[in-house]
Ligand binder design. Structure first.
Ligand code: NOJ
Length: 710
C-alpha cells in the first residue's frame, strides 16, 4: 500500500477549507460549545483529543457523511497506560518505569497500552515524553525517563516500537524541544540553551524517535533564547524534518498558537501567528480554534503558499493511511475485553516489581513475618497519590469512574493485607502530605499512628507527595517531604521501632531527617495499579529488587541541578553548606544480593577512531538469590576542546545471575560514539586518551583507558 499516494490523491480533491480542517485538532473543553457542535456535525475536523471510545460514534458518523469520508484521528494522553479509563491497565509513571532500565519492559508496556487504546476505538497516544528531568523543580519530572539523554533515547525508542507494533496506533514524541530545561524549572518558560547544547543532549532522544519511525511529534510550549518553539523553523523544519528525515506530522501542544499572542506576545493576532507557525513546521494545531478561520483567510489572501498547506495535509493523511483509517474495510481492533485484562495486569505487576528501587537497608528487609504490622503514612492508602498524573483520578470528571469496579487496584495497604495474610495489619495515615501546621486534628492523626506503631512488631510508613505537587504549572521551589511527614518517621523511630519507609512520589525529594531515622528506604515513585502488591512482595522478600535510579536525588532543594553528568570545573562545582553531588545518584539501587565487579579489560588499549573495542568485566552475585543487576558503562574524553561531562552514559545491560554465580559482562564499544559537538555544532571524535567507567551504583567505578589514534 502506498500511503503517500493515498494521501496525495485525497489532497488533489480537497478544498482549502477541507485541508485546513485536517490541520485543526479540537477538544470539547477548550472550544466554545456552539462552535464545537458545528465542527462536530460538519465532520471535517482532522483530529479530536480527549474523546474516550464510548463517545467517538457521532464524530465518526458525521465524517462518514462527508464526500471524502476522512475520519478524525483521536488523540489521548495515555502516557502510562490508557489511564483516563478506570478499567484500563494503569502502569507506573514513565519515571518509575525508567528505573527498570529495560527496553523490553517499555516495549511490552507500549504494546499493551496501544492494544487497550485501539480496543477503545482510539488511534493516537501523546507519548512518550522525551524531555529530560534535569531540573527537579519542574512539575513534570514524573513524566520523564529521568535525567540522561542516552537512557531516555533507548527507553523512548522501545516504547515507540511497542505503541506502533500493531500498526493501529501512532506514538507522539514530545515535547520538542528541551521543555524540561526551562530556566528556574518553571513550566513552559524560556530555555537558555544553544544549538550546540541541544545537539549534545536534548536532540538525542528525539533523533532516536525519528529513527524508530515515530509517526508524530508535539511542539513544546517554551522558547529557546526568546524564540518560541512554535515558530522555530530551525528546530521544526531544518533539523527535525530535513536533517533527521522525520516524515510524520507535527502537532502543537495545547493552544500554542493562542499562546503566541496572549502569553509569549510575539504576535498581535492569529492572522500572523498561524502563518508563521505553519511555515515553521507545525502541521496540526491543538486547540487554538481561531486557527482554522485565520489560516483559510491567510491562504485566500495569498499570505501563505498553498504548497505549505498541502505539505502539512499530506503528512497528516499519510499517517492516517498508515494506521488504516482511510481503508474502506477496516481491520478489526483488539477485543474490548483486553482492556485491563488479567494478562495485562500480570505484566503490570512485573513492571512495578522491576520499577522499585531499594535506597537503603540496614537489614530490616526482607520482613519475612511479623505478628502485627502497622502500615502508616499518608500515601499508604491513597490511590490518586500512587497513580500520579494523567489518570482518570487527575484528569477526568470525578463521576465518570463511579460504579466501575476494578479488581486489580492495590494500594500499599491492600498489598500488605494480601501478602501478610497471617499477620494482624493495622493502619493510620498519621499526617497529610499537604498542610504543615500542627492543629488539633493533625495531632490526633499523629497520636493515632504512634499508638498503633507502639503495639506493632513491624512498621511500614508510606510517604511522598500528591498530585497537587506535580504536573503542568505545578513546579516546586521546595523539594521537601511536606507537612509532618519527617516528624512521623522520627517519632516512630523514637518509639524504638525499626522503620521501613516507602516513598510514593512523583520525583526525587530532599530526604533530610527522614533518611536518618528510616532503617530501610524504598523509592517506588508513582507505581500504578499493581504497585501495592509488588511492594508488599518485595518487602516480604518474595521478589528481589533490581531497579536503579534514572535520576539523582538532591541533598537540598537549593543544591540543584544535581544530575550526574556535570562538568568538573576548577572551583569544585559545589556549595559550601551541603555535600557535593547526590546522596542517591543516577544509577544507584540496592538489591537483596550484593554484586561485586572484577577488573575491566579491553580487547585493545590503542584503537583507531572508527574501530570497535570490546570491554569485558567479571560480575559476581555474592548473594543467595536469583537477581538482576543493571551494569552501566560510562566514558570520558580526558582532554577535549569543548567541556565534556565528568562521565557520560554510553551503554547499559541488565544481567540475570543465579546465587553465587560469576559471569563476564561484555560491551562492544563503537569508538565513533565517543565524540562531542564542537563550537560550530559539528560532531567529531578526537584522538587521545579516553576512560571507560563500569558501575552498578553510580557511585563506585571500575575504570580502564584506551588511546584513540587516527
Ligand atoms: C498539554 C501537555 O503539555 C501535553 O503533554 C498533552 O499531551 C497535551 N496538553 C494534551 O493534553
Amino acid at each position: 500500500m502506498d500511503f503517500k499516494k493515498m494521501a496525495e490523491e485525497l489532497v488533489s480533491k480537497m478544498t482549502i477549507e477541507e485541508k485546513v480542517a485536517q490541520m485543526q485538532q479540537l477538544s470539547e473543553n477548550a472550544t466554545p460549545k456552539e462552535l464545537f457542535e458545528t465542527f462536530k456535525k460538519d465532520g471535517k475536523i482532522g483530529s479530536y483529543l480527549h474523546v474516550l471510545g464510548k463517545d467517538t460514534g457521532e464524530f465518526l458518523e458525521s465524517a462518514a457523511q462527508t464526500e471524502l469520508k476522512i475520519p478524525p484521528i483521536f488523540g489521548i494522553d495515555a502516557i502510562h497506560g490508557h489511564a483516563f479509563l478506570k478499567q484500563a491497565t494503569i502502569f507506573p509513571s514513565q519515571l518509575a518505569m525508567a528505573c527498570t532500565w529495560e527496553e523490553g519492559v517499555l516495549e511490552k508496556m507500549g504494546e499493551i497500552t496501544a492494544d487497550e487504546v485501539a480496543a477503545d476505538g482510539l488511534n493516537w497516544v501523546f507519548s512518550p515524553v522525551l524531555c529530560l528531568g534535569r531540573d527537579l523543580r519542574w512539575g513534570r519530572v514524573d513524566e520523564t525517563f529521568g535525567e540522561d539523554a542516552e537512557l531516555c533515547a533507548r527507553l523512548g525508542a522501545a516504547i515507540i516500537r511497542g505503541y506502533q507494533k500493531s500498526g493501529k496506533v501512532a506514538a507522539c514524541a514530545k515535547h520538542y524541544l528541551a521543555y524540561g530545561e526551562a530556566t528556574g524549572g518553571r513550566d513552559a518558560y524560556d530555555i537558555e540553551i544553544t544549538e550546540r547544547k541541544a545537539r549534545e543532549i536534548f536532540l538525542k532522544p528525539f533523533k532516536a524517535a525519528v529513527d524508530e519511525g515515530c509517526l508524530t511529534f508535539m511542539t513544546a510550549y517554551g522558547s529557546i533564547d526568546g524564540e518560541p518553539l512554535t515558530i522555530s523553523k530551525r528546530y521544526l523544519t531544518e533539523i527535525l524534518k530535513e536533517e533527521f528525515g522525520f516524515d510524520g506530522f507535527v502537532v502543537t501542544d495545547w493552544k500554542n498558537f493562542w499562546c503566541l499572542i496572549t502569553g509569549q506576545k510575539t504576535f498581535e493576532n492569529m492572522d500572523e501567528a498561524c502563518v508563521e507557525g505553519v511555515e515553521a513546521g507545525n502541521d496540526m494545531s491543538m486547540n487554538s480554534y481561531e486557527f482554522y478561520g485565520a489560516l483559510i483567510q491567510a491562504v485566500k489572501e495569498g499570505r501563505i503558499a498553498q504548497e505549505v498547506i498541502d505539505n502539512a495535509v499530506r503528512r497528516i493523511l499519510s499517517v492516517k493511511a498508515r494506521l488504516g483509517l482511510l481503508d474502506e474495510e477496516k481491520t478489526p481492533a483488539p477485543p474490548k475485553e483486553c482492556i485491563g485484562c488479567k494478562a495485562h495486569q500480570a505484566y503490570n505487576y512485573e513492571v512495578s516489581v522491576k520499577s522499585a528501587v531499594l535506597l537503603k537497608n540496614n537489614g530490616v528487609l526482607p520482613l519475612k513475618q511479623a505478628k502485627k504490622i502497622a502500615v502508616l503514612g499518608p500515601n499508604a492508602d491513597d490511590l490518586p497519590a500512587q497513580y500520579g498524573d494523567w489518570t482518570y483520578t487527575s484528569h477526568r470528571p470525578k463521576d465518570e469512574a463511579i460504579g466501575i469496579e476494578k479488581e486489580n487496584e492495590y494500594t500499599l495497604l491492600k498489598g500488605i493485607q494480601e501478602v501478610y495474610k497471617d499477620s494482624e495489619i493495622v493502619y493510620a495515615k498519621g499526617c497529610s502530605v499537604l498542610g504543615s501546621e500542627t492543629s488539633a486534628e493533625s495531632d490526633l492523626w499523629m497520636q493515632e499512628a504512634l499508638e498503633l506503631a507502639k503495639g506493632a512488631d513491624a512498621v511500614i510508613v508510606a510517604i511522598g507527595d500528591v498530585h497537587a505537587q506535580n504536573g503542568e504549572e505545578q513546579d516546586r521551589a521546595k523539594l521537601v517531604l511536606s507537612g509532618r511527614q519527617n516528624e512521623l518517621i522520627k517519632r516512630v523511630k523514637e518509639l524504638g521501632k525499626q522503620v521501613i519507609a516507602v516513598l510514593i512520589n512523583g520525583k526525587p525529594l530532599e530526604l533530610g531527617e527522614m533518611e536518618k531515622y528510616a532503617d530501610a528506604v524504598i523509592e517506588a515513585f508513582n507505581t500504578g495499579d499493581m504497585g501495592g502488591l509488588a511492594l508488599a512482595n518485595l518487602i516480604k522478600g518474595k521478589e528481589n529488587f533490581s531497579g536503579k535510579l534514572p535520576i539523582s536525588f538532591p541533598y537540598d532543594s537549593a543544591a540543584t541541578p544535581c544530575y550526574y553528568n556535570q562538568y568538573e570545573y576548577w572551583h569544585g562545582n559545589k556549595y559550601v553548606d551541603v555535600p557535593k553531588g547526590s546522596p542517591y545518584p543516577f544509577g544507584f539501587g540496592l538489591s537483596y544480593n550484593r554484586y561485586t565487579y572484577g577488573e575491566a579489560t579491553l580487547s585493545k588499549t590503542q584503537a583507531k577512531i572508527g574501530d570497535k573495542i570490546e570491554l569485558r568485566i567479571p560480575l559476581t552475585n555474592e548473594g543467595d538469590r536469583q537477581g538482576e543487576e543493571i551494569v552501566q558503562l560510562y566514558y570520558k574524553d580526558k582532554v577535549c576542546k569543548t567541556l565534556t561531562p565528568v562521565r557520560t552514559l554510553l551503554d547499559f545491560k541488565k544481567v540475570s545471575l543465579s546465587p553465587k554465580q560469576t559471569c563476564e559482562v561484555s560491551f562492544v564499544i563503537d569508538t565513533n560514539k565517543l565524540g562531542y559537538y564542537d563550537r560550530n555544532c559539528n560532531y567529531q571524535v578526537d584522538e587521545g586518551e579516553f576512560t571507560f567507567f563500569v558501575s552498578g551504583d553510580g557511585k563506585t567505578f571500575k575504570t580502564v583507558n584506551v588511546l584513540l589514534v587516527k
